[in-house]
Design a protein around this ligand. Structure first.
Ligand SMILES: NC(=O)c1ccc[n+]([C@@H]2O[C@H](COP(=O)([O-])OP(=O)(O)OC[C@H]3O[C@@H](n4cnc5c(N)ncnc54)[C@H](O)[C@@H]3O)[C@@H](O)[C@H]2O)c1
Length: 398
């Protein structure tokens, strides 16, 4: 057995493995592991997570599915040309990009695909199992970072749900970083609950909604009345193109609006719009206009402008989530990981909607994982392989 065989390795299977977020995850993990960049934006590298038993960044092995064939190193070059990745990084981590590229398998369904849902699930699950076996992984986490799809209308499983079903079949923890259906399909819910696997989602909270989850509680706590909250996003890249489809944008906007309803206790007037501006690439501008009433009904307005690089915001969250979900799986946790609500626009399970309280819950989760590492179960009721959801059926709401 070689030295590298003795360190347990954990797989991160990315659905949408050649996209901007996935490429930034793979390149970023390699850059941090090589000491080329500090772990800025990665919560799991901060003191509250020390000793929580999370897999080391250097132990992560990447693979995944995609429906396009542009190789990962080439995708990384394009991202560097657009300023998303630091200049020179694709060359510095070319070996790691090439290694991940070798573990990417064709996704689906492809145009004209005649395979049945069962055929697709079986093929995807076989790819994941083979990855785990071939790379001698202790376990793998499946993370959906594929293009946002419209909400399904009939009974057929949308692609995100086919992959989620495959993750369950392969015995993997599952994270849905997108607003797509994934495990939220009625035909998968029961399976997800009964198989004893942990899962988290939906839709990473990286920009406008992150800000909303801080500002919403501020208005509530200061007893200010929000009359209207309107927002506009301009972005390009693959995500901008996908969200140009109104039904895909509707899936995204539902999560943004949920944060307001949950933090304000009411849904204010106003809408969110997403405009595809290809020239902006991965760089997003998000404006929010908040009309509120102060003392004696005095009318006031807060406006915010967020200018972020979407994939750089998302990648550290994906790495955090993969590490936390892997550790939760190792501890035998199952069901919706509501403690990870900090990371999502539309979190599974019950939990607070304000960012401060969500952070406190996340840190509590890290603490319990640490206690679990040092011998005890770490969970208040002494469970060793706990479901983090109450067993009274209230978990139904995820
Ligand atoms: N800040 C952020 O970047 C952020 C925040 C929250 C959520 N997200 C979500 O993350 C996802 C990825 O964003 P991105 O910027 O990387 O998009 P992208 O367009 O660059 O990448 C998406 C990838 O998914 C692939 N894909 C599409 N259909 C597929 C299928 N059926 N099977 C396998 N692969 C498939 C595409 O080929 C592409 O490579 C989007 O759904 C986005 O909404 C991103």
């Amino acid at each position: 057995m070689s030295a590298s065989d003795s360190v347990p390795r954990v797989g991160v299977w990315l659905i949408g493995a050649r996209g901007s977020v996935a490429t930034t995850v793979v390149a970023g993990c390699a850059a941090m592991t090589a000491g080329l960049h500090p772990p800025t934006g990665l919560l799991t590298e901060t003191p509250p997570f020390t000793g929580s038993g999370l897999p080391a960044l250097s132990s992560l092995v990447f693979g995944g599915h995609d429906t396009v064939d542009c190789p990962l190193p080439k995708r990384a070059e394009a991202l560097a040309a657009g300023g998303v990745l630091p200049h020179g990084l694709p060359t510095a981590v070319s070996a790691e990009l090439a290694a991940a590229e070798r573990e990417i398998r064709p996704g689906g369904p492809l145009p004209g695909d005649t395979r049945s849902e069962e055929d697709l699930i079986a093929a995807f699950a076989a790819d994941i199992r083979s990855f785990v076996r071939r790379c001698r992984l202790q376990r793998a986490v499946v993370v959906n970072v594929a293009s946002t799809e419209p909400a399904p209308t009939g009974d057929a499983l949308p692609p995100s749900s086919l992959y989620a079903a495959a993750a369950l079949r392969a015995g993997c923890a599952y994270v849905n970083f997108t607003p797509s259906t994934g495990l939220h399909h009625p035909s998968l819910r029961r399976q997800a609950e009964s198989l004893g696997l942990p899962f988290a989602g939906r839709d990473g909270k990286t920009g406008q909604t992150l800000l909303r989850s801080v500002l919403g509680p501020m208005f509530t706590q200061r007893a200010l009345t929000v009359r209207a909250w309107s927002g506009t996003n301009l972005l390009g890249g693959g995500d901008g193109a996908s969200l140009a489809d109104p039904s895909a944008a509707a899936a995204k906007n539902a999560g943004k609006e949920r944060v307001l309803a949950d933090t304000l206790g009411t849904t204010p007037e106003g809408e969110v719009h997403i405009d595809d501006v290809p020239a902006l690439g991965d760089w997003k501008t998000a404006w929010d206009h908040i009309a509120f009433d102060g003392f004696l009904g005095t009318r006031m307005v807060l406006q915010t402008t967020w200018q972020g690089c979407d994939s750089s915001l998302a990648a550290p969250l994906v790495l955090d989530l993969a590490r936390l979900a892997a550790r939760a799986h190792e501890r035998g946790l199952s069901g919706p990981l509501s403690e990870l609500g900090f990371y999502f626009k539309d979190p599974v399970g019950q939990g607070p909607a304000g960012l401060g309280e969500q952070y406190a819950r996340l840190v509590g989760f890290a603490e319990r994982l640490r206690e679990a590492s040092s011998g005890g179960s770490g969970f208040a009721d002494g469970r060793d392989g706990p479901s983090v959801e109450p067993a009274d059926g209230s978990g139904e709401q995820w």
